[in-house]
Design a protein around this ligand. Sequence first.
Ligand code: NOJ
Length: 785
Amino acid sequence: MTGPRRPPSNFRFNLRRAGWCRAAALACLFILIAPTLSSLQALTPTPGEISPLTDQVVDQRVNSLLKQMTLEEKIGQLTQIGQYVEDTLKPEERIRKGEVGSVLWLSDTAAINRLQHVAVEESRLHIPLLFGLDVINGFHTIFPVPLAMAASWDPAMVVQEQTLAAREANAAGIRWTFAPMVDIARDPRWGRIVEGAGEDPFLGAAMARAQVRGFQGPYVGSPEHLLACAKHFAGYGAADGGRDYDSAYVSEDALRNVYLPPFHAAVEAGAATLMSAYMDLNDVPATGNKFLLQEVLRHDWGFRGFVVSDAEAVKSLVTHGFARDPQDAAFRALTAGVNMDMASRTYLAHLGQLVKNGSITRAQIEDMVRPILAAKIRLGLFEHPYTDESRVQQILQAPEQQEFALHAAQRTMVLLRNENQILPLSTNVSSIAVIGPLADSASDLLGSWGAWVGEAKGVKTVLQAIRDKVPPSVRVEYAKGPDIKRDIPAIFEDIIPGVKHQAQTPAEADMQFTKAVETAGHCDVAVMVLGELGSMSGEDASRSSLILSGGQQKLLEAVVVLGKPVVLVLVSGRPLDISWASQQVPAILEAWYPGAQGGNAIADILFGDANPGGKLPVSWPRSTGQVPIYYAHNLTHRPETDKDFKSRYWDLRTSPLYPFGFGLSYAKFAFSNLQLSRTEMGLGDNMGVSVDVQNTGSRAGDEVVQLYIHQQAGSASRPVRELKGFERVSLQPGEKKTVHLTLGKNELIFWSPDEKKWVEEPENFDVWVGEDSTAALHANFKIRK
Ligand code: NOJ
């Protein structure tokens, strides 16, 4: 651990993260191969387990601590520092004085234990620290990014993914992850779409629940788990123009029906913490937003955990033009309901004075401290503050994690096109050209958080995986083609190993282009691995255009013109503009950022050792001009079925290129026999929906049965379709299964802007069931008055 230093730029948070990440990465170089661990099954929490601590016991312990604490020590619990945050004091000094409740971005176990020792042995009340980190899609073993997890449509797999991530991070001393991100995103220009579950509140809520369960286990304090933190509360994904951090203007109706359900699901699943977002929501910054933090979160949902601000968001209330000065910012954030100030130390500097001048009462401070102390008690930190360093590598090196990473990556990829069954490829060819700037990149497979917390060392690229897959008789040739790059802050180069891609001169780029086309020209098949570098998606990574950047589109066209079979593999954190490819390239596979085993998973799918079964968690636009785009839009004055005046762009269709829920398989599926358990029911009743799905192909495969509804009339216009149920099923060739889903009050209510409350309305409904959001099997039912 090094002492504090002055960061050189505006991106000093990232620099600090880099320092810590590096420390962890270095530690990993000295890993010893460890014995294998118990089976994955054993890691999955058993339903029904309950916390060994009752609320009463926790409350008593919190009260007894509060009685002993000075005002300064209480404010300290509301303060989270990062070691390299610009500061006049060393972290140890602040911790010793009781000025720190939590530390973020530290991942090195020895460093964690050292700071914990200061808190537990050298501070007056010995209150342990809570260490938090962004464990988004893995800690040491990197799994597919959250958008890919959603594409699995498999919540059970997601529980397991985050259970394993929690296990690794917990072993290293982390007790709190800043995940899941449950922001709905309907505009793929927004870079953070990669961190969430996409556009849909129902799928988003299912993924939120699964991730909270995976991270936290059955109760707060479950062994080998973490506190979850649902973020960014709320509306962050609705940023104007898809620009990161920009204001969001979202009606209460849209908030309640679309943006909040995944947060509510996370809270209902027991998420111990939430993070307040950076941006203005309807002109009030989320970090000072009483409507969100009091009315919705605490009053309506009964949330009893604690809220942490996003990094420096308390201080930023001044930047927003909302708070007059930092003291006013501390006042507004605390009185709105933010318990913990991440990284800005604005609470530490100003809350004491606010109490002294009577603006804030001691009782208000205590109320904000309570859930933080309660979380530490439930985590068992007072009894077990330290982490066993000798155990860390054994956990991180367990082969099960890599096996699971492969399984997860295979389940998350989406096959978008497969004309004439060009896939799976035969290994009975003489040569394969593997082409593109992402074909031989390891770090870009991990996504931005994955490349930061994990490491690319030892990660097999797509090129290497293809080489390993095919027999020696097959010649595999590689050409990178022209580089793609984004102008990244120089500081990123320190953070993510390999993020700096050498800029080619125009002459070199031309040469690489020619070489790539030539390589494709003398091989039997071309696999083009195109898309986005890891740094092109995520925080601070919004784009004004979704095109295949750099020379990629041109290169693709030049290779296709050769007339060879071409397969396009997309590595990306968002849907890209592939309208041309969707007509001209016979096979397209969206691999997302698939994680440490992504190269192997891609090779498995390309050569038929795995069968793709993922489905899109977002509508795939035809071009950037269509965004925001989502399937659950309302009917218009002139729907597309109108004879005239039906188009909303005269130069482009309004439908997406690929609909929400879409994805192909090497198997074929047929849906039939849609049955409703009744055609009429009363308010509050349940309706059974069943459908037969059969694998009519010759290979085993997975289909996702999707159920959509439409309420035909009511106190508000309702979306043309809304997802209200799904199940991923595996079927052998010829096998048929009947899938049963249920529609009840939870699925049928909506927030009525007219009545300002949740309503279930006696109206007529459509039901569709099938393979995506354009499903054709249809039925009707009615809810009686
Ligand atoms: C800022 C990001 O917006 C948030 O998602 C993250 O959890 C924090 N930094 C901490 O790294």
